[in-house]
Structure formats: structure tokens, C-alpha cells
Design a protein around this ligand. Structure first.
Ligand code: UDX
Length: 440
């Protein structure tokens, strides 16, 4: 099928490449000429394992093109919209500017298609009710709108797109339109549906809510275990054992119960805030008051690390050197949006410490974006002369560090393991003071 994907950020670029991988003829549209130039050469504009291979293969095969010109999407039967919905400046709500701009630019190209009904497929995470209002714009053109949320995780983006846990179609209320739209989208995803990936058919509002409900649940799970870490810190208990023990109950499950410095990234924080803002508009803000607490618990973890380090350094960061291992919001990514690691590093630098930071993927990007930052090429270089080492993003390279050789370069062998990623016994045996999160 001929497909366009509007918005070539994390979601859109991966979606475009994966649709080409499924055998479709795809054009990706983005307003950023630099991004389009890179993608057109088969080069990934961000770090994502496995993505560049899929991208390059399909660009070279002529199955995948990128352009800044909306006119290049003419001829496509299915148009995916995967632009960003960031948090508004000075508020909690989602900023829908990019979604509205994308639809405004797309509308003139909608109409009859020789191969069947034309489809607009929204993938962006939007406040519930958005699809219904956009459908009113799309309907007069004869095209149908489907809301088809995306659940991909950074670091697993290709796998999550080609073999998702589930596919959700939010379809129009009109039964004939819904049938026509479902049939076209089933053809797009035929190779996924053959693998028996569950496909749920809902109305627009449910599809929009599925996405934010899923992210709210994940954020709640992380903040729950971080709240337990606060209890463990007050009592001398061990949150990693607690998580393991409760996780054996398969109603609870072991995933997303890693206590640490909390969640960040381009999705979880802004999605729970936008959800609260939307609930307020709908007059049901009480239903989501708990998310405010989820957000506060998450923020407190960042404060906790800063306080721990300051106390251990004698009450001040002045004249101290702090090594920070990790800048990305999670490993296998160079994404630093709302990164807990970067936030903690910035706060400590703001209190007068010399902070040296390293990250295998995000390091070069950080140096380019903030030329004044002290970015080191690796953990040993970052830790040279450090009074404390903070492990804040659990890259495999950091988990594999040899405590004996790292000890040789630091001033004081003290490590705060913000992700509970290291084995305390090994580090203590090598002569380090080890401080974890919610563990004695
Ligand atoms: C998330 C959702 O998982 C995904 O389904 C959605 O489509 C987009 O948002 P992502 O932002 O890529 O994906 O990251 P995720 O793996 O969910 O991690 C989010 C944050 O939570 C990271 O900062 C991570 O370090 C943190 N985290 C995760 C924890 O602190 N503890 C955990 O147990 C798990």
C-alpha cells in the first residue's frame, strides 16, 4: 500500500521504517530539513538499537522516502500522523499545535483514492476528545479517521512496532465508515494480524484513553515501588527484595518495580500531567488526584539523591567533584527529555560542585547542546578525582564496571547507585562505600 507518515520523530520515523519493512511504499514527512536529510541517507537521527538497519535497508530498496514537502504525500491511501504533543509552557496540558498543523496541511490532499477509501490514522498521544473534533474536519473530504495509539518503548522501538502486545483501532461511530476503515487498516497491518497479535476495536474516546491509562498505570507502578523505597529507607528494609517477593504474585508481576531515581522521558511525565489537565476540563479531576501523588513521589526521588550526596559530602557541594554516569532518561537511548539523571546533575552543579558526566550515547549530544557541560568519554574519565560517583542511568557498560580499577582513579571510593543496578557486596568487597536506593 502507499502510505505516508507525518512527523518523523521517535514514533514517526520508526513507524515509517517499519511500515516499509512490512512491504509498504512509504513516504515520511517532517518540517525539519536536517532530520529529513539524515533519514533520506538512511541515517538515524537518534540512538535506537536496530532502527538504522531497517531504515537503511528500506531507503536503499526504494521503499522509503522522506520529504519536507506535504505535496509528496499525494498518492498515499493511508496517512499516519505521529507528531509530538509536548507539555505546554507553564501548564500541565498537552500542546496540540503540531497535531493541528499536521491536519491542516494534510486536509487538502484527502479525497478519493483509486485503491479504496482513504484513511487518516492518528498515532500521537492526545487528550480524550481530540479525535472526535479532528474527525469533523476529515469527514467532509470523504476520508475516514482512525485513532490507533502507539505503545512503543524507546530502546525496543522496532520490536514494539513490528510485534506489538496489542493493536487498538478507535473507529468512527458510523458503522459503514467503521467497517471501511477497519478493512483498510487490517490490510496495512496484515502481517501483524497473521501473527495473532490481539486487535481491539473501540470508539475514539476509548482508544485515546487506553494510551494514557497504560502510561498512568506504569508511572503508578514505578512510584509505588519508590514510595516503598522511602519506607525501606526509614526502616532499614531492602526494596529490591520486597519488589521480588511481591512480584511473584502474578497479579502484581515483577516488571516496572525497579526502585531508583524514578521515571523520565518524553512520555510518562507529560502524559500523566496532560491526563490530569484533561480530567479537570471534564470535571472529573478527583478521579486522577492520585496521579499528582505519583508525580510528587517521582520528584522526591530526585531530591533524595541530591540530599544524600550533599549530606555525605559534609553538607555542601562547594569544591567537590561529582561524577555522573548516565545522561539519557534510560539506557539504550540518547533521549534526555525530562531525564532524571540530567536533572540531578544540573541541580548538583547549581549548588557549586564540579560535575563530570558521561553517557555512551547521549554524551556527544549533550556536549553539542550544552558546550559548557563537562562531558567525559567514559566512566573512568568521568570518575577521575571524584568525591562521589552517581550511577543514574543503568547502561550495561556501567553495570559491567570493575570496582577495583575505578577505585584507582577516584578521590573517595563512594558510589550512589541511583538505579540499584550494581551488586552491593562486590563493590563493598572492593573497598567502596555503596549506597543504593531503599536498601540498607
Ligand atoms: C513509555 C511506555 O513504556 C511506552 O509503552 C509508551 O509508548 C511510551 O512511554 P519509554 O518512555 O520509552 O516508554 O520508557 P519506559 O521503558 O517506560 O521507562 C520510562 C522511565 O521509567 C525511564 O526513565 C525508566 O528508567 C523508568 N523506570 C522504568 C523505572 O524507574 N523503574 C522501572 O521499574 C521501570
Amino acid at each position: 500500500m502507499r502510505i505516508s507518515v507525518i512527523g518523523c520523530g521517535y514514533l514517526g520515523a520508526v513507524h515509517a521504517a517499519c511500515m516499509a519493512e512490512l512491504g509498504h511504499d512509504v513516504v515520511g514527512i517532517d518540517v525539519d530539513p536536517a532530520k529529513v536529510a539524515l533519514l533520506s541517507q538512511g541515517r538515524a537521527p537518534f540512538h535506537e538499537p536496530g532502527f538504522e538497519e531497517v531504515l537503511r535497508r528500506n531507503v536503499e530498496a526504494g521503499q522509503l522516502r522522506f520529504s519536507t514537502d506535504f505535496a509528496d504525500l499525494a498518492g498515499a491511501q493511508v496517512h499516519f500522523v505521529g507528531v509530538g504533543t509536548p507539555q505546554v509552557q507553564g501548564g500541565y496540558a498537552a500542546d496540540l499545535t503540531y497535531v493541528r498543523d499536521a491536519f491542516r496541511s494534510l486536509l487538502p490532499f484527502l479525497g478519493e483514492h483509486p485503491d479504496g477509501p482513504m484513511l487518516v490514522v492518528g498515532k500521537s498521544t492526545v487528550p480524550v476528545g481530540t479525535a472526535a473534533s479532528l474527525a469533523a474536519q476529515v469527514r467532509p473530504t470523504g476520508a475516514h479517521l482512525v485513532w490507533n495509539p502507539e505503545f512503543l518503548r524507546e530502546g525496543f522501538a522496532v520490536q514494539d512496532t513490528i510485534t506489538p502486545d496489542r493493536i487498538v483501532y478507535g473507529l468512527p461511530a458510523d458503522p459503514a465508515a467503521a467497517d471501511a476503515a477497519r478493512e483498510v487498516l487490517d490490510t496495512v497491518y496484515a502481517r501483524l494480524l497473521e501473527q495473532d497479535i490481539p486487535r481491539l476495536v473501540t470508539d475514539y474516546a476509548t482508544a485515546e484513553l487506553v494510551k494514557v491509562a497504560a502510561n498512568s498505570f506504569l508511572a503508578t507502578k514505578i512510584s509505588f515501588i519508590n514510595a516503598m523505597a522511602e519506607l525501606c529507607e526509614a526502616t532499614g528494609a531492602d526494596v529490591t527484595q520486597l519488589a521480588e517477593a511481591i512480584g511473584y504474585d502474578d497479579r502484581i508481576g515483577r516488571k516496572f518495580l525497579r526502585a531508583g531515581i524514578g521515571f523520565g522521558g518524553g512520555c510518562l511525565p507529560k502524559d500523566i500531567r496532560a491526563f490530569m489537565a484533561r480530567a479537570g476540563e471534564l470535571g472529573v479531576d478527583q478521579a486522577l488526584t492520585f496521579l499528582r501523588e505519583v508525580d510528587s513521589i517521582n520528584d522526591r526521588r530526585r531530591d533524595h539523591i541530591v540530599n544524600l550526596a550533599r549530606e555525605g559530602l559534609g553538607g555542601t557541594f562547594e569544591n567537590k567533584t561529582v561524577a555522573v554516569l548516565g545522561a539519557a532518561f534510560k539506557p539504550d537511548s540518547d533521549d534526555m527529555r525530562n531525564s532524571p539523571a540530567l536533572d540531578i546533575a544540573a541541580r548538583i552543579a547549581g549548588e557549586g560542585a564540579t560535575v563530570v558526566i558521561t553517557d555512551p550515547a547521549a554524551g556527544p549530544r549533550l556536549q553539542a547542546e550544552r558546550p559548557s557541560a563537562n562531558v567525559a568519554p567514559d566512566a573512568h574519565a568521568a570518575a577521575a578525582g571524584a568525591d562521589v560517583v552517581l550511577l543514574l542511568t543503568e547502561w550495561q557498560q556501567f553495570k559491567n564496571l570493575d570496582p577495583a580499577t575505578l577505585k584507582d582513579v577516584v578521590t573517595t571510593p563512594w558510589i550512589i547507585d541511583g538505579r540499584n543496578a550494581l551488586d552491593p557486596a562486590t563493590w563493598r568487597a572492593a573497598g567502596w562505600t555503596y549506597t543504593g536506593i531503599g536498601r540498607p
